[in-house]
Design a protein around this ligand. Structure first.
Ligand code: PEP
Ligand code: MG
Length: 601
């Protein structure tokens, strides 16, 4: 039966593929294809893991202390029985044979199928056996993890084989929630699209999905409950719609749209090396947002003239809470700086907290199980200042990278002048330590992120201390409107067009320019073409966004007369419904400038 699920569109394009359902706790299980010649050895891995778990369980049972509850041996027998049940291991082998999934993936796929069957059981006792089955599978996965590399994406020869493996159906991932750190791992995965039940448009999970440039829908509420393993899905990342088991006619329509958008991308990519200059001759700087040093070459390739935001916290994730040391960070920053060939790289000090946890936790888990209000808690510069040794270590690593290119340092979530002062003190100390150690570094410009209304309101004071500012609209909207950016239940109120938000942005740009300091926007609004003309009208000349968005924003810049737009700015800012006014202006001014607009051949 075909049906649709609605969510929030977070990453453009259309993906068509078979659903792979993944429980959030198992999202970090390696997903890769093996080739035909590896099927038997993969089944061998599964068999060895099963035997090892059987030994573990038998030993546990044998060594149970006298005082252990009487039910325990019976429970271990149930686990042993489940372990040897053909519906688990037999069917898992089938996933390996038929689909060429690696053993861990095959096992979690089969668990999803069985978990559904348990959920539907009438009998309470039987339904509760699902937890036992999950424990058995967790044991198997743990045993397999011990026997293989911890990062199969990097080192597995099987992955290489997977990359070359043809003839498989494309796959899309369906999960209740995916933590940003897990999403990051998918940079190197086989999935061509994502759907999650929870999440907002600018949650970090959505941001990473966008940076992968893979169609994604979040906040689709019940998706992971009603979609079944292996269903065919269309993910419409432009409209936020997921079509389950589409009819042939709908499928054809979407395949056509897929081809159209591929053509459009190819057409836009020809703008890569064209300078971004408005119709009235204003030069605009289009920079890239990156999460890892490995993203830098892609940024250059997309035509970025520098990195406007390196979210350094992603280096701190996926490591079981252990922090990267100074040398490791230095190598990562240096790699990014060297990849950019002399273009500026703006490294933001770590922004841990809120929906970006050091542990593998989704925003949902954080909200419900850990901190009451993580977005208002110990995050970003607050966290860094509460960990002075860690902070100085990061500052030293960033400073050392400045010996290899143009580095700028950016401080997230500044709200108090005291935070700025403490940051500069820490920086002085870090420089002193480097001098004493004889390590070279250059002077770096230091900027503040404007992402809390308080920062926008005390901007003149901040501008006296900092060399530049960067507006983080994602958080500025969240904190101005009191809307958790990761909460799909209030996503309809998360409104970048709210007059209060637009006025804060406009005021920040105007004050920074008046003070002769550079200002850029690095939140999602910078990469959203709906705002390009308006931001240009406000005087913005530096935009930082996902590399994949650069070409389309550049096309807008090339077609905009910034002076004409500036004359209309108050009309938008003073309106009760700025979006309506802006859209009307876009239509009107586009028809004036259309004949001279630069066409992409
Ligand atoms: C922002 O808040 O707009 C921003 C760029 O930072 P992040 O999305 O990482 O919070
Ligand atoms: Mg932010």
């Amino acid at each position: 039966m075909s049906f649709q699920v609605f969510g929030l569109p977070v990453s453009r394009g259309v993906a068509i593929g078979r659903a792979v359902l993944v429980a959030s706790s198992r999202v970090d299980v390696a997903h890769y294809f093996i080739d035909e010649t590896q099927v038997e050895s993969e089944i061998g891995r599964l068999r060895s893991a099963r035997d090892a778990v059987a030994r573990e369980l038998s030993t546990l049972k044998r060594d149970l202390p006298q005082e252990a509850p009487a039910e325990l041996p019976a429970l271990l027998d149930v686990h042993l029985m489940l372990l040897h049940d053909e519906v688990l291991t037999g069917a898992t082998k089938q996933w390996i044979r038929d689909r060429h999934y690696n053993a861990e993936w095959a096992l979690s796929a089969q668990l999803e199928v069985l978990a559904r069957q348990f959920d539907e059981m009438e009998d309470d006792y039987l339904r509760e056996r699902k937890a036992d089955l999950e424990q058995v599978v967790e044991r198997l996965l743990r045993v397999m993890a011990r026997g293989v590399s911890t990062d199969p994406f990097v080192s597995s020869p099987a992955l290489q084989a997977a990359r070359d493996f043809g003839g498989e159906d494309p796959l899309v991932l369906v999960a209740n929630d995916i933590a940003p750190a897990d999403m990051l791992q998918f940079k190197r995965s086989v999935f061509t699209g994502f759907v999650t039940d929870v999440g907002g448009k600018t949650s970090h999970t959505a941001i990473v999905a966008r940076s992968l440039d893979i169609p994604a829908v979040v906040g689709a509420r019940e998706a992971s409950r009603i979609i079944r393993q292996d269903d065919w899905l269309i993910i419409d990342g432009d409209e936020g719609i997921v079509i389950v088991n589409p009819s042939p006619i709908v499928l054809e329509e979407y395949r056509f749209r897929q081809r159209q958008s591929d053509l459009e991308r190819a057409r836009l990519s020809r703008l890569r090396h064209t300078p971004a200059v408005t119709l009235d001759g204003e030069r605009v700087e289009l920079l890239a947002n990156i999460e890892l040093p490995g993203d830098a070459p892609g940024a250059l390739e997309a035509g970025a003239v520098g990195v406007g935001l390196f979210r350094s916290e992603f280096l701190f994730m996926n490591r079981g809470g252990e922090l990267p040391g100074e040398d490791e960070q230095f190598e990562a920053y240096r790699a990014a700086v060297e990849s950019m060939n002399g273009l500026p790289v703006t490294i933001r000090t770590v922004d841990i907290g809120a929906d970006k946890s050091l542990e593998r936790l989704s925003a949902n888990e954080l909200r419900h199980d850990h901190t009451l209000n993580p977005a208002l808690g110990l995050r970003a510069i607050r966290w860094s200042l509460s960990e002075p040794a860690m902070f100085r270590q990061q500052l030293r690593a960033i400073l050392r990278a400045s010996a290899y290119g143009k580095v700028r340092l950016l401080v997230p979530m500044v709200a108090h002048l005291s935070e700025a002062r403490h940051t500069f003190e820490a920086l002085l100390r870090a420089k002193q330590q480097l001098r004493e150690a004889g390590r070279p570094f250059n002077d770096v410009e230091v900027g503040a992120m404007v992402e809390v209304p308080a920062a926008a309101l005390i901007l003149p004071s901040l501008l006296r201390l900092f060399d530049f500012v960067s507006i983080g609209t994602n958080d500025l909207i969240q904190y101005t409107l009191a809307i958790d950016r990761a909460d799909e239940t209030v996503a309809h109120l998360y409104d970048p067009w709210h007059p209060a938000v637009l006025r804060l942005i406009s005021q920040t740009i105007a004050q920074a320019r008046a003070a002769g300091k550079s200002v850029s926007v690095c939140g999602e609004m910078a990469g959203d073409c709906a705002f390009t003309e308006l931001l240009l009208a406000m005087g913005l000349r530096s935009f930082s966004m996902h590399p994949s968005q650069i070409s389309s924003v550049k096309q807008r810049v090339l077609r905009t007369d910034a002076r004409r737009w500036s004359a209309k700015l108050d009309q938008v800012l003073l309106a009760d419904e700025p979006q309506v006014v802006c859209v009307e202006l876009q239509r009107g001014l586009a028809s004036i400038s259309a004949p001279v607009a630069i066409a992409v051949a």
